[in-house]
Design a protein around this ligand. Structure first.
Ligand SMILES: [Zn+2]
Length: 228
């Protein structure tokens, strides 16, 4: 099996089986960034976003074409996501910020899952980034919350686009983990289609087929299709 095929199938299996809130942690675990899914839940959300953008850039190049709806007129917007810029942006994001004597940390998947069970997820998520004691002044409290908001925003990516119909320039949210899940599903479907065809034609097992180099696999596919 080539490394890229093995990686594609392993990441696809990990992401396809994960709920949306855990998908980022599942990606980090499948990449080997954490020894277990539970440990991956304690890594920053921004780390998962960076890993997903990095994978997308590796697979799709510096741009990824996607579509969105204009919030003003509902027109279909063609969006070319600048993966190189997003990659550099997410990789440079700090895991912590220091505010006076306090350390504010990035929110994790565990923080997000807990926040989503509350009435005000955004405030709960910000509060989970820093412990504020009663001794904090109002100015310190505001500085900490601003830093927390900043760190929470690291995993919320967006790009500005111009609507050709109404001229508005909305920001379109980018969910790199969801985009990677779609990309991996497409790539894996192509691999599994090849496996199914070769297994039917020659009676080979999946592992034997995945062990073939891409060139040999393509050659055998061509032979199998030619003799139908
Ligand atoms: Zn529009």
């Amino acid at each position: 099996m080539t490394t890229s095929t093995a990686t594609t199938l392993a990441l696809w299996e990990a992401l396809a089986g994960a709920s949306p809130v855990l998908a980022g942690a599942a990606l980090l675990h499948a990449r080997g960034d954490a020894p277990s899914l539970a440990a991956a839940c304690d890594l920053p959300l921004a780390a998962a976003a960076a890993a997903a953008v990095g994978q997308l850039r590796q697979r799709c190049g510096d741009h990824l074409d996607t579509v969105a709806a204009c919030p003003s007129c509902s027109a279909r917007l063609e969006v070319a996501l600048p993966l190189r810029d997003l990659d550099e942006h997410t990789r440079a994001w700090p895991a912590t910020r220091t505010v006076g004597t306090r350390t504010v940390r990035s929110p994790t998947t565990r923080d997000l899952a807990a926040a989503l069970t509350t009435d005000d997820p955004a405030s709960t998520l910000r509060a989970s980034c820093a412990a504020l004691d009663d001794a904090a002044t109002e100015q310190e409290r505001q500085a900490v919350l601003t830093a927390a908001e900043d760190l929470c925003g690291a995993a919320d990516l967006s790009v500005r686009v111009t609507c050709p119909e109404c001229g508005h320039t909305p920001r379109v949210d980018v969910d790199p983990v969801a985009l990677l899940t779609d990309q991996l599903a497409t790539e894996s479907a192509a691999v599994l289609q090849d496996v199914a065809e070769l297994a039917a034609a020659y009676g080979w097992r999946e592992a034997e087929i995945l062990d073939l180099s891409p060139a040999r696999r393509a050659a055998y596919l061509s032979l199998a299709r030619g003799r139908r």
